[in-house]
Ligand binder design. Sequence first.
Ligand SMILES: Nc1ncnc2c1ncn2[C@@H]1O[C@H](COP(=O)(O)OP(=O)(O)OP(=O)(O)O)[C@@H](O)[C@H]1O
Ligand SMILES: [Mg+2]
Length: 296
Amino acid sequence: MSSVRIFLTGFRPSIGALRDELARQPGIEVAGAAGTMSESARRLRLEDVDVVLHAVLGRTLLQEELGAIRAVTPVPIVLVAEEHDPGLLDAALDADVADVVVLPQAAERVAFTLRNVARRVAPQVETVRKHARVITVFSPKGGTGKTVVSSHLAAAMAKHQRARTLLADLDLQFGDAAIMLGLEPEQTLHELATAPGTLDADKLRGYLTRHAPSGLDVLAAPLRPEDGELVADGHVERMLDIAGPLYDVIVVDTSPSFHGPMLSALDRSDVLLFVCTPEVPTLKNVRLGIETLRLL
Ligand SMILES: Nc1ncnc2c1ncn2[C@@H]1O[C@H](COP(=O)(O)OP(=O)(O)OP(=O)(O)O)[C@@H](O)[C@H]1O
Ligand SMILES: [Mg+2]
């Protein structure tokens, strides 16, 4: 595999020396380093890296610091600690970091850990398709759990599979995927649909809201029901065409009706998750829904 690009974050006296030593290791490329979390976040947004090596001061700020890193990048994080602290290992395990290196440690050994971590996630990266797998979550009955399923699925794909994941909320009138994830989006599908000019990848990024704990991107539904009317089939088609190469997975949440934009998403879906609860009216609608889909 090609060189592993790493980025060093955190304030520890030894990190400067480690950075220089790692830069000399074969198979390791040091993309940069930053001390404060705000500077790290700013730089990580711009850098394309495989692994973040974070020098941790102790357990107290661990969650906060990891949260700041994960808000901007989904890549694995390796912790560097300067003293042995068994509690830190437990905390690291809970926080789902890829590995922990306790200094002093030979740079070759740290490089080995970094390359190993990068290799572990590499199969997922290598199987990245040229176009995202589109998973549409649908139910012909309201309140069956579409949004719970789609938001949890998307967050899990982003966090645990480290897949570049977009959750697109096509419940155009009453979409609540963003609120379910605790987000307050400033830009939504409504702004995307009403913006002048042609949508491209850079523009699309401006309409997304990042779910920091998982690294998931969310394209929120319009905030007002009447704004949903302005979203047309073409907007959804264009959005999926543009987002396809940027993501590994696109999860689409829907409303319980067959409207044009939803059918556009369905047309481009690889997987349809049909959510159903064991009640007679729901089962009746599911049967009708499946029959209708077969006709499409
Ligand atoms: N597996 C589950 N177990 C228990 N409660 C659930 C489960 N899935 C969803 N719920 C609850 O059911 C309610 C409806 O869920 P959700 O909003 O995901 O449904 P929906 O199909 O998206 O609804 P709508 O059609 O209004 O968009 C919510 O209160 C949610 O917390
Ligand atoms: Mg819903």
